[in-house]
Ligand binder design. Structure first.
Ligand code: DGY
Length: 323
């Protein structure tokens, strides 16, 4: 296409070069070069006059932003989660929204397992003691943790990522329970998993792993009542979205040893966390790195670019979110 008639796109974060290269074959590309999220004003300035935007989960894509830039035909999110986008408002305005499903299922599931194992076997606490030269030698009762093999893993939200988490339990001979909107025939057939209501799952699981999308129905899905249903020996793992858990209630439950521990990759008020969480030894806390492998982030960049290219060519993007 003639350079003068090429469309313009803006990329709001420093995504892997493979995505920029792909976009550059079709469009004039401008991007945020700073390794941080844009302020609202920077975002509004950056997207002026463009036809499409490659966004991330840290950008709020709402009606105000769409109305200020009615020329934008597509917001392509560099994330599977799209709680940052008002898809209904976009649909009303005939603007397309897309996301990056599937390519991050395994890396996010691996992260859930990393947290599960680290918190149950107290890997980070033990590492800290070694690193600070406080270890005085082997002790019969030092850093005792929870068993994993043969235990019950409860998956709340057995979609693509939840299924991947469950499938990775095979080497540990675990009983799988899951709850969600519908039963999952793959889990039933391959793992003999049981579809149960959420209260039963919370009461019966040794590990509860969250992989639901954040929306009005899942906001604070796990609060004081739900935490009280869990076994005192159970662990909560969250690689989904922070606001799915009432974080203040979680801090209380962890402080009072109502549950044994938590492995968290996401937080209610990212990048902040509720006061006191950082002081609790029975937690492993990571920085929203579920999909952070080289291959996955490259694949997300290609997917997000492919969606944007299709949308701006007038085709249906492969991962369209509009109903
Ligand atoms: C996702 O893809 O939703 C991850 O949480 C990264 O934002």
């Amino acid at each position: 296409m003639d350079k003068l008639t090429m469309k313009n796109v803006y990329v709001t974060r420093c995504i892997p070069q493979v995505g920029i290269d792909l976009l550059s074959q079709h469009f004039h590309v401008r991007s945020n070069q700073q390794p941080r999220k844009l302020t609202r004003q920077e975002l509004l300035d950056g997207i002026k006059g463009v036809d499409g935007v490659l966004t991330s989960g840290t950008d709020k894509i709402d009606a105000e932003l769409m109305d200020l830039n009615p020329g934008i035909r597509c917001f392509s999110n560099y994330a599977v989660g799209f709680d940052n986008m008002d898809v209904a408002a976009a649909t009303q305005r005939r603007v397309l929204c897309t996301n990056t499903p599937d390519v991050l299922n395994d890396s996010t599931a691996e992260m859930a397992w990393a947290l599960l194992m680290a918190v149950a076997r107290r890997v980070v606490e033990s590492d800290r003691i070694m690193r600070t030269r406080q270890w005085t030698g082997w002790e019969p009762q030092e850093f005792l943790g929870g068993d994993i093999t043969g235990k019950t893993l409860g998956i709340i939200g057995a979609g693509r990522i939840g299924t991947s988490i469950a499938m990775k339990s095979r080497g540990f001979d675990m009983q799988i329970l899951y709850s969600g909107r519908r039963n999952n025939s793959e889990l039933d057939a391959k793992l003999n998993a049981r579809f149960v209501d959420m209260d039963t799952l919370l009461q019966s699981s040794d590990f509860v792993s969250l992989s639901v999308a954040l929306n009005a129905q899942t906001y604070h899905l796990i609060g004081a009542r739900e935490l009280a249903l869990m076994k005192p020996t159970a662990y909560l793992i969250n690689t989904a979205r922070g606001p799915v858990v009432d974080e203040a209630a979680l801090v209380q439950a962890l402080k009072s040893k109502q549950i044994a521990g938590a492995g968290l990759d996401v937080y209610e008020f990212e990048p902040d966390m509720v006061e006191g969480l950082e002081l609790l030894e029975n937690t492993v806390l990571t920085t929203h790195i579920g999909s952070a492998t080289y291959a996955t982030r490259n694949a997300m960049a290609v997917k997000a670019a492919t969606n944007l290219i299709a949308a701006l060519k007038g085709e249906m993007p492969p991962d369209c979110l509009n109903p």
